[in-house]
Design a protein around this ligand. Structure first.
Ligand code: LLP
Length: 438
């Protein structure tokens, strides 16, 4: 029997014996069956998140509204099957993501192709695979898409990525809505109008509307209202200036998720309802029909549906200094602390002991001191080789950002649903790692 405890996400609990469980499955069973390090994904949670978004956008904006899963957060075939089954669209950013979705049988007509620098090959590849819509970053890219579309005898549907000039108050590496961003064309500088005029003049381009994405791990709900306002006013402005009425308006992704207790949990449905109410009123005021609205969540679909399970290898106690708990993974499977100082909740899998007070640095096995998963993690003083620990909320930007540094193989990905587990991605072997060496 699994007893409910209060954890940062509902899918975390402890068994009667006190052992940590995820999606109703005791974690030691997963370690025994699949070995560690291991990525676990709670399929039921992913589906629930998709449904929450879909319901919210349809309630707020009508049945034509879309949710595009930003698959950079986590991309492997099984996820695209789930997205197809749930009626989600997807955002893809590379030929690798396109091919993964294609291989999973995802209808690429419902895919939106992002990135700020699509090569000619990327463009050809996406068109060959029937990607429905391109989200165009800049004029050079637009001209290249136009030329290739004409040479293929098609008109490519596009959205233009516009920079609304909004600071989302998140960490710099994921802030994208400010005027000086590397992404998109800014309204303030006149570049947005210029690329719109250009798009309307090109025979190979079918302009559908506009896109913006202000940043990631955003908690300030006001950010979405402000971005939506700027974008809707822009739609009205372009209607006045060029008599072009946008059919689509994609507001990007970015809703923050709870990694540690101190962070709030965003009520996505309530937030989208608020944005919708504001936008519907504004559209009326501006006298324009509401375009078909899309949201593009990545992190908030998969983050708390993920957990990484590790086995402790060594515990190094440096008297008067600190205690290092080294696990069998590291920055290769989760580079987010090394890159952003990202916060995580780490828990021992075994039943909690009364004295849980030693602050440890949980580190990986890579050859550099920056290979840290988290600092100041309270762990039992008797942690030892062979113990299991779990890093929570690793579903987003972990597997997708994993590397082979030190020629370490990426962990397997196991899905959990209804108390059962199945393999979604195999563990990378030494043979896999050398498979491209000639
Ligand atoms: N749409 C666009 C155009 C994006 O660039 C992104 C994320 C999303 C949607 C999804 O945003 P989300 O809902 O996941 O916040 N590696 C960083 C995150 C980079 C986000 C990049 N763009 C991290 O680990 O925090």
């Amino acid at each position: 029997m699994i007893t409910k405890n209060k954890f940062i996400c509902e899918n975390i609990s402890r068994t009667e014996a006190g052992e940590l469980a995820f999606a109703g499955v005791p974690l030691s069973c997963m370690a025994r069956e699949y070995s560690t390090p291991l990525y676990l994904f709670d399929e039921d949670r992913i589906r629930e998140r998709c449904r929450t978004y879909l319901r919210a956008v349809r309630d707020g904006f009508g049945l034509g509204a879309k949710v595009l899963y930003a698959s950079k957060a986590a991309s492997f075939k099984r996820l695209y099957e789930i997205m197809r089954e749930e009626g989600m669209g997807i955002d893809v950013v590379s030929t690798g993501e396109i091919f993964t979705a294609y291989s999973a049988g995802f209808p690429l007509e419902s895919a939106y192709f992002h990135s700020n620098n699509k090569t000619d090959r990327d463009i050809e590849y996406a068109m060959e695979h029937g990607v429905g819509t391109f989200v165009v970053d800049n004029e050079e890219e637009l001209l290249a898409i136009n030329e290739i579309a004409i040479s293929r005898g098609i008109r490519q549907r596009v959205l233009l990525r516009i920079t609304p000039g909004i600071d989302p108050h998140t960490y710099a590496a994921v802030s994208t809505g400010k005027v000086d961003s590397k992404f998109g064309s800014a309204i303030e500088t006149g570049q947005a109008d210029a690329i719109t005029a250009l798009a309307l003049s090109l025979d190979g381009i079918e302009l559908r509307g506009f896109h913006c994405h202000v940043g990631s791990q955003v908690f300030d709900s006001d950010v979405y209202i402000r971005a939506a306002e700027v974008m809707l006013r822009y739609v009205a402005h372009i209607n006045d200036k060029y008599a072009f009425l946008a059919a689509e308006l994609d507001l990007g992704g970015g809703y923050g998720v709870r990694y540690v207790e101190e962070q709030p949990e965003i009520d996505i449905a309530a937030n989208i309802a608020e944005v919708a109410e504001y936008m519907n009123a504004l559209a009326d005021k501006l006298g324009i029909p509401m375009p078909q609205v899309a949201f593009e969540p990545g992190r908030s679909i998969v983050a708390d549906a993920g957990l990484t399970l590790y086995t402790v290898g060594t515990v190094k106690r440096i008297p008067g200094y600190k205690t290092y708990v080294s696990v069998d993974g590291g920055m290769t499977d989760n580079p987010r602390f090394a890159l952003y100082g990202a916060q995580y909740t780490i828990l021992p899998v075994a039943a909690p002991t009364p004295d849980n007070s030693v602050e440890c640095s949980v580190v990986g096995r890579c050859c550099e001191s920056g290979d840290i998963i988290q600092e100041s993690v309270p762990l039992p003083p008797d942690m030892k080789r062979g113990d299991l620990i779990a890093c929570l909320t690793t579903g987003a930007y972990n597997y997708s950002m994993a590397s082979n540094y030190n020629r370490l193989g990426r962990p397997a990905v196991v899905m959990l649903s209804g108390g059962k587990s199945y393999l979604a991605v195999k563990r990378e072997t030494e043979e896999d790692i050398t498979s491209l060496d000639v």
